[in-house]
Write a protein that binds this ligand. Sequence first.
Ligand code: KIV
Ligand code: ZN
Length: 566
Amino acid sequence: MLTNPATKYRSFPPVELTDRQWPNQTISKPPTWMSTDLRDGNQALFEPMNLERKMRMFRTLCEIGFKEIEVAFPSASQTDFDFVRQLIDGQHIPDDVSIEVLTQAREHLIRRTMESLKGARRAIVHVYNATSKPFRDSVFHMSRGEVVDMAVAAVKLIKQLAAAAPETEWVLEYSPETFTATELDFALEVCDAVTAAWGATPDNKVILNLPTTVEVATPNVYADQIEWMHRHLARRDSVIISLHPHNDRGTAVAAAELALMAGAERVEGCLFGNGERTGNVDLVTLALNLYTQGVAPGLDFSDINAVARTFEDCSQLPIHPRHPYVGDLVFTAFSGSHQDAIKKGFAIDRSDGFWNVPYLPIDPADVGRSYDSVIRVNSQSGKGGIAYLLESECGVVMPRRLQVEFSSVVQQRVDTHGGEMSATAIWQLFADTYLETSAPLRYHEHHLFENGDGQGIRLTVDIDGVAQRLSGVGNGPIDAAVHAFQNVGISVQVRSYEERAMSPSGEGGNARACAFIEVAAASGGAGEFYGAGVDANIITASIEALVNGINRMLASVPDVRQQHAA
Ligand code: KIV
Ligand code: ZN
């Protein structure tokens, strides 16, 4: 073990700023948000998104309310180039949304990038080169002057190509990559040169994006660096100062907040902190931190679970159960004293309208989460005991969100009936709740058939006691079944799907599969409902899970069905 890190690591030098103003500021309005989920976030995935996933993520970002979205690095990948073309040619970009693309400051890459944007209504061209001393000296072997020349030459070329395509409204963004490790006087010199070369004016501002490409100091140092730039830029009125914090020290959110106090106007980041290494700054946390200070963030996370499931599906990355505002466990109190305080907090009179429930910095309902998930785990079973009993005695491994939800079902049973619950009783309760719902829908059988590129299904189900044959087509059996139900006025979306092999019960037992499906009304907003299915055939288990999920949803929000049947 290294006992003296001072022999290996240098502390970051303070910024010379004796009369700093930012510590006395508060953030009273949201910044301009820029999502780089489809660029910096996408670059950091094991498997970058394909066109279909990129399009789904783009639509979700638009629905959330992002007006600036970095959609691609077109000169770095054909998929990215094609995606920009698909957005423009397919007219998928809402009128009030600007797409942004990234390019290195090199001629052939700039030309290719500009080509990808042909015909765009409005486009932000984001050009960067590295400016810090280690990069200048060791990576690129360039002098300060050569680095400035490179940036200026890139900007002049973009300006020239932009002038040749006047049908597009062009915006320039420049990033001195590795800004936080760059001498401030040099970062200023490059940024001023770029601003002048673009001919920025108060009506045609340049975006200067000052990244913590790698987070190397405490957040107050970033705030000092931003305030220093804010005060020294030659044409401050013609510049938008943008932040692009990475999270190497785990303080990207704090760095962004302090840097906004220091004069920045725009923030780039990703949903749930995805991005290179430890991620880009988490825009969801930043936005909801603002919200809980009474500032409307201009981004809509009122159905945060829907955003989370789309994110997980597109990125193939799970969200940590303790992630601020969205994790499966963040509205769950295990400790008795916390539960007691929360219960009392809910009960108090809030005639002044202000939220003041202990241990809950936000009303879960504001992000579409329910109070039900503030649960108490059965004291006999202990934390996680219910899940453990179901797994060890019955071979069922529940998804984590279902564990949380089912714990409260067990708790209610214990509260009303008293006593301790055996594994058999818990299994029976699980089956009654998630596996054996029988109204209004009861599954009988299904047949699959091929339908061109899709999958068809014929389903026999009872609906309100009357046997009916439904059929639907989709991109798989579950999607086909969802469409079959849609044909009879039951419109749902599948929020999550998991399947598990159940361990056979005892010697000679037959292996079976357990499927878990979480459904929500297609129109959203009414919560999510789990259903489960168990069968030797995984498709049958899945359809049964879907039917059980729908039954639970209709029991809780019956008008979902009426609305769609009408
Ligand atoms: O982190 C970074 O510096 C970047 C730049 C390209 C802006 O992603
Ligand atoms: Zn980055």
